[in-house]
Design a protein around this ligand. Structure first.
Ligand code: WT7
Length: 656
């Protein structure tokens, strides 16, 4: 078990009731309604989920068994056949939604595009046929390495349509990180673009794919499909590389959705863990579809007239569940934005809200803190009156940022839903339902109906109110990850063995510390393992350490998170050099660039501190707690008696 960072946070006493007018039209209208749903789901979870699956999804064939649970392996809706692309597209075509905007896209340079359900369906079918022509079959994996353009969603849905699991790799990852993922997933095809726009610069993507595939780097990849987005010159390798628009031209827009088994793999998404390489989180078809569908509908109180906007990137789970699958399954209008606030236009997000009359806005605390810094005159200069509900995700939100969001963006009328969840959980787990649950700034409030969350000690015993402990989930849920791709044992070890099964009940260990207050509200405090949360992105300290030690100058590295006002945490690296190297600023910069090269810009260390020793226990384990103290500029707190060599502390304090 990693050493614990569980701390108590300040008690926040403010309580915000759902506005009465909001509750009147909400899907879930009162705390009593929520409680009834919660109790019903708790009393008979299988019945609860089965009823929803029947009501909310289209099935080619109904399931025979709601849940087959052989801990820690779950199968939901066994024997059923469905297709998530069918649920996201085809079923809307026979309704008035046929000509409703499915996807509104806004490019950074100001170009834009709106696709109705009928248009999106046609493009998805065409691209599905393109994939088939390239020999992609049900079960083959497809890598997607894209900017935030409609083709990213089209490619995902086309894969789902023919039953080829996708693995989307965030466009900010380097060629090395891309290669690792393509190799692990044994991808047959890669879908990419020449580049994407970010802060008025072109982010090259195709050249990174070329590097990843060079020297047979990812030998399973046969073809590369390239969307022309930024039009800079790129290399096209004859026979391997094809322009999307060339292959799509003249292709049939008819491609029936493949009836998929409920448990057929839908996608793999890599996420950082405590040890080793990122793990491929596997999600399957029916349970994930149901879970993202219903959590979005209730948590954002989704209405058919809403324009819904989530600012995440499709390369993360938030983009998968709540830009693409959840909204489209509900027949909603989902906004996709390529840009980011930038010096030339710090108010660009609010321009998008005003331009499209966005009703629901979902972003991350780190983005809110950055927007606060840019000044409230930007949002104040726009008409944000269309907004009716706001959401946050990615890390605990500090109450000041919550209050700013509430006052300046929400005009004090919009409920805020602080959604706690993870790549592994598929969808929201602990979150307010905006018409029903009063909110407290900084708390994700209460579990979604059907989610049995608890806070326990290492033996699995529930802790008392306001005591810190480990956040666990006690019953399987449809959106849960099924395994680590290719490594079921790692799945078991990572999530199910830190805390022993309690009275025969397996507990899902989320990796977060939390406490519950006297009202039963959950306050998530952050990771208790060696995972850093920087700007809402999750990075394993081990991953960055491996990147550092792969540089010839580095003998040993230890990476910790350093508190940062905007990013939440900064990557802070302690580095011991090999004998022939001296600790210079140039070398520090070179090491930072090396990490960017190995992983991507999101992992760039904010600071590198050279040291002549590492604080280790007698058994050789680095005491990260001490390093975290030092990185935070504090003196070393707590017990240091297990340190092997106490003089190391002075060396570390001095730095270089
Ligand atoms: C970790 C999961 C789920 C999409 C975004 C990140 C932290 C996430 C909250 C929240 C406090 C949060 C947790 C979690 N986290 N949402 N509302 N309050 N912490 O997904 O990369 O899988 O990271 O993000 O530490 O374990 P992810």
């Amino acid at each position: 078990m990693p050493e614990s960072t569980i701390e108590s946070v300040l008690q926040e006493k403010r309580l915000f009731q759902p506005p009465a007018e909001f509750s009147q039209t909400a899907h879930i209208q009162s705390l009593e309604d929520y409680q009834r749903l919660y109790d019903k789901a708790k009393a008979d979870p299988l019945k609860f989920w089965a009823e929803l699956a029947e009501q909310e999804l289209h099935w080619f064939q109904k399931w025979d068994t709601v849940l087959d649970w052989q801990p820690p392996f779950a199968k939901w809706f066994v024997g059923g056949k469905t297709n998530i692309a069918y649920n996201c597209l085809d079923r809307h075509l026979t309704t008035w939604r046929r000509n409703k905007a499915a996807l509104i896209w806004e490019g950074e340079p100001g170009d834009s595009r709106t696709l109705t359900y009928a248009q999106l369906h046609r493009e998805v079918c065409q691209f599905a046929n393109v994939l088939k022509q390239l020999g992609v079959k049900k079960g083959d994996r497809v890598g997607i390495y894209m900017p935030m353009i409609p083709e990213a969603a089209i490619a995902m849905l086309a894969c789902a349509r023919i039953g080829a699991p996708h693995t989307v790799v965030f466009g900010g990852f380097s060629s090395e990180a891309l290669k690792d993922r393509l190799v692990d997933a044994q991808a047959k095809v890669v879908v990419t673009a020449d580049g994407g726009w970010r802060k008025e610069k072109i982010v090259p993507l195709k050249p990174e794919v070329d590097k990843a595939l060079a020297n047979n780097g990812a030998p399973t990849v046969e073809n590369v499909l390239v969307v022309q987005r930024t039009q800079q010159k790129i290399q096209m390798e004859p026979g391997r590389d094809h322009w999307w628009h060339d292959l799509q031209a003249g292709v049939s827009g008819n491609c029936p959705a493949e009836p998929m088994d409920s448990e057929d793999m839908l996608f793999i998404l890599y996420t950082s863990g405590t040890t080793g390489k990122p793990k491929g989180v596997v999600h399957t078809t029916a349970g994930y579809n149901l879970y993202t569908h219903i959590t979005l509908k209730w948590t954002f109180d989704l209405k058919d007239t809403d324009v819904y906007w989530c600012t995440a990137d499709v390369g993360w789970i938030t983009g998968h569940s709540y830009i693409v699958y959840g909204p489209l399954s509900n027949g909603a209008t989902t906004v996709m934005y390529e840009g980011a606030p930038r010096p030339s236009n710090p108010g660009c997000l609010w321009d998008v809200v005003e331009k499209y009359g966005v009703n629901i806005f979902y972003t991350a605390p780190t983005a809110i803190r950055a927007l606060i810094k840019m000044g409230e005159h930007h949002p104040k200069a726009r008409d944000l009156s269309s907004l009716r509900i706001l959401g946050t995700v990615g890390e605990p939100i500090n109450p000041e940022a919550w209050m700013w969001y509430h006052r300046i963006i929400g005009g004090q009328r919009c409920p805020i839903v602080d959604t706690w969840w993870q790549t592994e959980t598929g969808g929201f787990m602990i979150t307010p339902l905006p018409g029903a649950i009063p909110t407290k700034p900084g708390s994700a409030t209460l579990p979604f109906p059907g989610i049995l969350a608890d806070i326990v000690d290492l033996e699995g015993n529930p802790v008392a109110a306001n005591q810190g402990g480990y956040l666990v989930i006690k019953h399987p849920w449809p959106g849960m990850m099924r395994t680590v791709y290719g490594d079921p044992d790692r799945f078991r070890r990572t999530y199910w063995e830190h805390i022993a099964p309690k009275d025969g009940q397996y507990l899902y260990f989320a990796g977060d510390g939390a406490r519950r207050d006297e009202d039963g509200y959950f306050w998530v405090m952050g990771r208790v393992d060696d995972v850093i949360n920087t700007s809402g992105h999750r990075l394993g300290t081990m991953e960055i350490e491996s990147a550092l030690v792969s540089h010839p100058a580095v003998a040993e590295a230890a990476v910790v998170g350093q508190p940062d006002e905007v990013k939440g945490e900064n990557v802070f690296a302690f580095v011991m050099l090999e004998n022939d190297y001296s600790p210079t600023e140039e070398l520090a910069n070179e090491l930072k660039a090396h990490v960017v090269n190995e992983i991507g810009a999101i992992a760039r260390p904010g600071e590198i501190r050279f040291t002549e020793g590492m604080p280790k226990t007698r058994s050789g384990k680095i005491m990260r707690r001490l390093l975290r103290n030092l990185a935070a500029g504090q003196d070393v707190a707590g017990d240091t008696s297990t340190l092997e060599d106490r003089s190391v502390l002075d060396k570390l304090r001095g730095g270089a």
